[in-house]
Design a protein around this ligand. Structure first.
Ligand code: DGT
Ligand code: MG
Length: 563
């Protein structure tokens, strides 16, 4: 029980915080549906038996009141239908509402610096978290909590009704039903937990390996690894299938257990009412009522079956999602730099995830408003890491860091499977049509876009298919121009472009950056030459900073790739 509560608690409190009233209303309507159903069956049984007995003697038939019970049956039938309708509306609406809210929180959680980065290396996993894990949580309320509450309610109702016939009968019935009815799903849930988790992992592996096979088909074929990859997919598939098989076994066992318990319980109830009728403690119609109430109250426990099997998957999802939701709750306090500066770093060291070597070590660096800094150094020296630090994407482990809001022009242009407009609007969803066109014009892409038959609505494929390298870079530039932040961090902005295009991009960048501060990570002279200062980074340490006009500045420029 404790394993269950510990995992589920954060999610549950979220559920309740979102839609407490609707969720409780749903559970209550659900209980009302079942109680009305039990009462309906019991009353009908009583009514049929009583009328047939009354029919045996003319005198009794004359005085027998058929109207009140008949009206009661009709009323119960209406209550049950109405409550069921209301329950469906309330529970599903509340669940969908809660899941939508959870999804938003989760997206926000992943939007936190560094959060998605850890999953970035395993995109299939991220996809799974954002889709399947949230979906798995709907079983928590719909298939576990509501059915459990309803089943307990039914057991309670039945034991009260039966208790009125005989106290021990009612108590014994209620205890056995609640004990076995909840105990069996819990035992099954525990047994299924491991397999449900394995099944989820297996399916996840299956998906990511299949994606790898499709995406890297050529490379795999060239390397002669196609067969191995197919084998890996088959292994994941059989792993998931094995877990599935185990889950089916647990389900069969649970169904058998439920069948056994209900048969035992009904047989015992039959004996009990027979004994009570024999001793004239109850009449035959009441005996029929008791038996049918017992029968009807066992039914809701069967609804717990599905929830019990999904418990493992639900718990796994809750466990994976909970940390991200907690992150979304905390507002990160960001230090603001001293007046006149856009960032101040003092004694900062930073490590990449799973790395014992510092990517940056003891960095002391400040940048004034409007100043332009080039960061140069060999491949792997830590240029990109420094930009990640300044954008708060890479956390500092030591030292103090204060930086204004920054926008990063990443080393590689990420284009998404969306229209050109959608790819641009990413940078600023509120930008007007004119704003988008101005940004495109400033980036030197507007002419190209207007030449396309569908203009801004041109669809771009995964990875920005349909644009040349230079065009993609210009699109990234337009995206940067839509971000009005005081600090722009440019990671090798013109790498891979021909000289003429690169110089055009750089002069546009330089013009648009007027009044802003820039940090440019670069290997190329043309990019560093627009800077006021150059910082040389070696093995994560800044070894030298020079200012325009100093001899060291020229020397640093000369070390860079020409053009
Ligand atoms: P580049 O772009 O090839 O010119 O090189 P830089 O200077 O941009 O290097 P950077 O900052 O990407 O890498 C610095 C060191 O940190 C290098 O040893 C590789 C390592 N590193 C970079 N990104 C990650 C990461 O995401 N995880 C881990 N564990 N290490 C990383
Ligand atoms: Mg880099």
């Amino acid at each position: 029980m404790s394993f269950f509560i510990a995992d589920i608690k954060p999610i549950l409190s979220l559920f309740l915080a979102e839609r407490r009233r609707a969720l409780l209303l749903g559970a209550m309507l659900s209980a009302a549906t079942v109680t009305a159903g039990i009462a309906l069956l019991g009353l009908s049984g009583w009514f049929i038996t009583a009328t047939s007995l009354a029919g045996l003697s003319a005198a009794a038939a004359m005085t027998f009141d058929v109207f009140a019970p008949a009206a009661g049956i009709r009323l119960l039938a209406i209550i049950r239908t109405a409550a069921r309708y209301g329950e469906r509306l309330a529970t599903h609406d509340a669940t969908l509402g809660v899941l939508a809210a959870l999804r938003e929180r989760l997206f926000r959680g992943f939007a936190e610096p560094g959060a998605a980065r850890t999953l970035f290396h395993r995109p299939a996993r991220l996809l799974f978290r954002l889709t399947a894990d949230i979906d798995a949580l709907d079983s928590l309320y719909l298939r576990i909590l509501v059915p459990a509450a309803v089943a307990v309610g039914a057991a309670l109702t039945a034991s009260v009704v039966l208790g009125l016939m005989h106290f021990v009968f009612g108590l014994g019935f209620g205890l056995f039903l609640a004990g076995a009815g909840l105990g069996l799903p819990l035992i099954a849930g525990r047994a299924a937990r491991k397999h449900a988790r394995r099944r989820a992992h297996g399916i996840e592996a299956l998906r990511s390996r299949a994606i790898d096979l499709v995406a890297g088909q050529t490379d795999l074929l060239m390397a002669g690894r196609l067969e191995a990859q197919r084998g890996a997919i088959a292994a994941a598939d059989s792993y998931a299938a094995h877990a599935d098989d185990r889950l089916n076994r647990v389900e069969t066992g649970l169904t058998f257990g439920f069948g056994l318990v209900s048969t035992l319980l009904l047989a015992a109830s039959l004996l009990a009412v027979a004994a009570l009728t024999e001793t004239k403690a109850i009449t035959a119609p009441v005996a029929a009522l008791g038996l049918l109430v017992a029968f009807a109250s066992v039914e809701p426990f069967a609804a717990l079956r599905r929830g019990a099997l999904e418990l493992g998957r639900t718990l796994l999802a809750a466990k994976r999602i909970a940390p991200r939701l907690a992150v979304a709750d905390e507002a990160r306090p960001l230090a603001t730099p001293s007046p006149g500066y856009v960032f101040c770093l003092a004694g900062v060291s930073a490590f990449h995830e799973n790395s014992a070597v510092p990517a940056l070590e003891n960095i002391d660096l400040v940048l004034k408003q409007g100043e332009r800094l080039a960061v140069i150094g060999s491949s792997g020296a830590g240029k990109t890491s420094l930009l990640a630090l300044l954008s708060h994407e890479l956390p500092a482990r030591a030292g103090s860091i204060a930086a204004m809001t920054a926008t990063v022009l990443t080393q590689r242009t990420e284009l998404f499977e969306d229209s050109l407009r959608g790819n641009l609007a990413l940078a600023n969803p509120e930008a007007s049509e004119t704003g988008l066109r101005q940004a495109l014009a400033a980036a030197g892409l507007l002419v190209d876009v207007e030449a396309m038959p569908r203009g801004l609505d041109t669809p771009l494929g995964e990875g920005g298919l349909g644009l040349s390298g230079g065009q993609s870079r210009r699109l990234a530039l337009a995206r940067l121009f839509l971000r009005d932040t005081p600090l722009w961090l440019l990671d090798e902005p013109t790498e891979g472009l021909d000289g003429a295009t690169a110089r055009d991009v750089l002069s546009r960048l330089s013009a648009m950056a007027a009044g802003r501060s820039l940090v440019i990570a670069t290997h190329i002279r043309r990019e560093a030459v627009i800077a006021d200062r150059i910082a040389v980074i070696e093995g994560g340490r800044i070894s030298e900073v020079s200012r325009r006009g100093e001899a060291a500045f020229e020397k640093a420029l000369d070390r860079l790739r020409p053009d």
